[in-house]
Design a protein around this ligand. Structure first.
Ligand SMILES: Cc1ncc(COP(=O)(O)O)c(C=O)c1O
Length: 388
């Protein structure tokens, strides 16, 4: 008997282009520039805190935690939000999540009703475009342009607002472009959201990885609970595998997030929460060292691109750069597949990040200098030899 079809949307959902490249890039000689994660280990004192918590002999930190997360961690987060982000939140406004990935999903599940439109950047982080429709929403894209360093433009966004628009997604510093929004833009964005009664979903996963400019959180200008802020421990503290992040939201939204957490995951991993607490209290120095290393990598890539006449913009944060491949006549998927096969370099096809993204490949610069130098040289030669 033929079984009834499973969920139509997820069944038909395209696989991420990055995953395809990763699956095909298993040979040992391949240079990996496709995956987006720090090339540093988690700082030892954070690991030590997790070891101590998990071996205290009483199992205090190996059980379910409160749905919202340990109060001690949320207190440390509240202090950090005040100190670094200018956000005044009580621990009742903070939900600790298994990573920002999950924070995005649970926030959308709480915000959206069927037919609500969500404005997301193109190029932009893929999870938003994949998850919005799963919660009944409709994705509308707002373009960001290479000629403007991929900075979002307030008029471009405003023009796309309709009576059905529910939320605007902003991601600064951006994956995949590395653009960092200015304070003026963030203030305007909050004004626009207030004027049109919209929510802002602010993905601040890369908040600490800034080379020029300053990280400005929309939440600091929020006066009426319309900003939902998403944070992560993954990139700042090289903790991608620990799965810990947090959502900051108004009382109303936070109470629903708390209910929803019960059914989605109960809580974020207990031991990771203990590690995260130590990360927040004592890690400024390691963040600085990592950011300086990423800055060096960014500058190296720009030098190589300049040498080949391929430089077009300077990422001001995160650890990614987009390289335009339109001169080859190939779309980003074909380019990435052929680059892998012919040059043994794995990169992320930009089509994963949107229609405009399809003109680019994304290089993750959080790799050793040797791999980065060789990988980007090969990309440049490949573009030169296939230029139309
Ligand atoms: C923009 C953006 N948001 C969220 C995430 C998810 O981070 P986490 O590891 O906290 O789930 C990533 C990870 O690459 C990201 O690039």
């Amino acid at each position: 008997m033929e079984l009834k079809p499973i969920n139509t949307f997820t069944y038909n959902m395209p696989r991420s282009g990055i995953r395809r490249i990763m699956d095909n890039a298993t040979d040992r000689d391949i240079l990996h520039l496709e995956v987006g994660q720090p090339n540093f280990p988690t700082p030892p004192h954070i690991i030590q805190a997790a070891c101590e918590a998990s071996t205290d002999g009483q199992g205090r930190y190996t059980r379910y935690t409160p749905n919202m997360g340990y109060p001690s961690l949320r207190e440390a987060i509240a202090e950090k939000l005040k100190r670094e982000n200018g956000i005044n939140a009580s621990i009742h406004n903070i939900l600790v999540t298994p990573g920002a990935t999950y924070g995005i999903a649970i926030s959308l599940s709480v915000l959206l009703n069927r037919g609500d439109e969500v404005l997301i950047p193109d190029p932009g982080y893929v999870n938003f475009s994949m998850l919005v429709p799963q919660y009944g929403g409709v994705v509308l894209r707002y373009p960001t342009l290479e000629s403007q360093g991929f900075m979002p433009n307030i008029d471009t966004i405003t023009k796309r607002i309709t009576p059905r628009t529910k939320a605007i997604v902003v991601n600064s510093p951006s994956n995949p472009t590395g653009a960092v929004c200015t304070e003026e833009f963030i203030r305007d964005l909050v004004d626009i959201a207030q004027g049109n009664n919209l929510y802002i979903l602010s993905d601040e996963t890369y908040e600490h990885i800034i080379f020029e400019g300053k990280h400005i959180s929309p939440g600091r200008f929020d006066t009426d609970g319309r900003v939902v802020s998403l944070f992560s421990f993954s990139k700042s503290y090289a903790m991608t595998g620990w799965r810990v992040g947090y959502v900051v939201a108004s009382d109303t939204i936070a109470r629903v997030l708390e209910k929803q957490q019960e059914f989605y995951s109960s809580c974020a991993p207990s031991v990771s929460q203990k590690a995260a607490e130590v990360a927040l209290r004592d890690t400024d120095r390691c963040i600085k060292e990592m950011v300086e290393a990423y800055r060096g990598s960014r500058d190296l890539v720009i030098d190589i691109l300049r040498k080949h006449g391929l430089f077009s913009y300077r990422p001001r944060g995160a650890f990614y750069i987009l390289i335009n491949v339109t001169s080859t006549g190939m779309n980003s998927d074909v380019f990435a597949d052929r680059l892998l096969e012919e040059q043994r370099v794995a990169v992320a096809p930009g089509a994963t990040f949107g229609e405009i993204g399809g003109r680019y490949i994304r290089v993750c610069m959080a790799v050793s200098e040797e791999v980065l130098r060789e990988g980007v040289e090969r990309i440049c030669s490949f573009i030169e030899s296939h230029r139309r």
